[in-house]
Design a protein around this ligand. Structure first.
Ligand SMILES: *Cc1c(COP(=O)(O)O)cnc(C)c1O
Length: 420
């Protein structure tokens, strides 16, 4: 499989090149040059998740690391994916049982395993902007890897204390920068570093944001696996409600559907940052500054992966047929957290709560609520609301015992940059 840019430049790149570059030279995002319609019945649901993943990803990585895929997937996906049902037509897909307790572990760990296997003797610098969970997932995945340096930029004061702890507790080859601005500012700084010839000349720069193809492909596996398993067990297909911000996770769901996996429909739940819902009404994308919400990892006003989503449905009418989006504001997030606990004794993180809320407005057909983070990362929101103690997962407890360190920088940046 070769990869091309979402923009003008259709020069194909290999998986490894696309992964190492992160962004295509014309500023676009890499996408597979085609989506083969797969015979999904050939996949063996009795195999382990990592074997299933290797089987599927082989199509996308033949010639590039394809022969090491079994090992890569075994090392990357060493934690469970949990499917459960909460009522007759509503199911949960828990993607937060990895080392840093969000779904970001799937992509970050896969990327790290691939990157490690193609390193030269030059030191590579990975720069990553985080809205809350990417930073810790990437830091944990690359921690102590030889010849890789990681710089994480997070918006100061806009993420939960535990999220911040998980980003700043590493040391060694991981540096954390607190940006006095929003996630969009962090993302802008990463883009500026990429565009800066000085950085390009003196560092081997790459990014681990969800613009990186090697983070997106392993997320396709999640939806391929869950949709196929649900259909095998229930004889019908399910829809998926995906809590979304930068639109990486939901793009992966659309790609799985495009490959022929049985996702009946896909719904995008956002917080008060409602650019996708606006796009459905207005027919053009109007990025705006992000607003701070309880679901902070989704505080994105200019979603990078929109380009990929739009390219799948280039006509606005087609986009409207295939994409539904619903903006859930903080009051509704609080309501959903309360309701889930009272009705089902279920603890939801604020991101997952947006999907739970949206569920109540959707058809009486089977749906998955995609649960993107462990509620224990957001105890300061949940505990006062429910008046309970949220149990701390073991992975987090270990990190909370470590000391933290970070450097604060202004939103105008750490690189000399003439355009802003
Ligand atoms: C990153 C994140 C999201 C949003 O995912 P995107 O791929 O950016 O749309 C949702 N929930 C949690 C917990 C996250 O960390």
């Amino acid at each position: 499989m070769q990869y091309v840019s979402t923009r003008q430049d259709k020069t194909p790149a290999s998986f490894i090149t696309a992964m190492q570059r992160g962004l295509a030279p014309d500023g676009g995002l890499y996408i597979p040059e085609r989506f083969p319609l797969m015979d999904v019945k050939q996949f063996d649901l009795n195999s382990s998740y990592s074997e299933f993943a290797a089987e599927l990803l082989r199509y996308f990585m033949e010639g590039d690391l394809g022969d090491q895929l079994n090992e890569i997937c075994k090392d990357a996906f060493n934690f469970p994916i949990v499917m459960s049902s909460i009522d007759d037509k509503t199911n949960m897909l828990e993607l937060y049982h990895g080392p840093t307790l969000s779904f970001k572990d799937f992509g970050a760990r896969f990327l790290a395993e691939c990157m490690q296997r193609v390193l030269s003797d030059k030191i590579m610098t990975i720069m990553v902007a985080t809205s809350g969970d990417t930073g810790s997932a990437v830091a944990a995945a690359f921690y102590k890897m030889k010849n890789i340096r990681v710089i994480v930029l997070f918006p100061k004061g806009q993420i939960s204390q535990r999220q911040q702890h998980q980003i700043t507790c590493w040391g060694d080859n991981i540096s954390a920068l607190a940006v006095e601005g929003s996630f969009d500012d962090c993302q802008q700084l990463v883009k500026a570093a990429f565009a800066n010839p000085l950085w390009q000349q003196h560092t081997h720069l790459s990014t681990a944001n969800s613009i990186n193809i090697a983070r997106l492909l392993p997320q396709v596996v999640i939806y391929a696996y869950a949709s196929l398993k649900f259909q095998a067990e229930h004889g019908e297909s399910a829809g998926f409600i995906v809590p979304s911000g930068n639109l990486g996770n939901v793009t992966a769901a659309y790609w799985a559907k495009k490959l022929g996996f049985p996702l009946r429909e896909i719904a995008i739940a956002t917080n008060a940052n409602h650019v996708v819902e606006d796009y459905l009404h207005e027919g053009q994308l109007n990025p705006r500054p992000s607003v701070k919400t309880l679901a902070n990892a989704m505080d994105v006003g200019n979603p990078s992966n929109f380009e990929r989503l739009q390219l799948l449905h280039p006509e606005i009418d087609q986009f409207r047929r295939e994409v539904q989006a619903f903006s859930v504001v903080d009051e509704q997030i609080r309501f959903a957290i309360l309701d889930a606990y009272q009705q089902h004794q279920l603890l939801l993180c604020p991101h997952t709560a947006t999907a739970y809320f949206m569920r109540q407005h959707l058809s009486n057909t089977p749906w998955f609520i995609v649960a993107t983070a462990d509620p224990c990362k957001f105890e300061t929101i949940i505990e006062p609301l429910l008046d309970i103690h949220v149990p701390v997962a073991l992975q987090l407890q270990e990190l909370l015992n470590r000391p933290t360190h970070f450097v604060t920088i202004p939103p105008t940046g750490l690189v000399p940059d003439t355009d802003r």
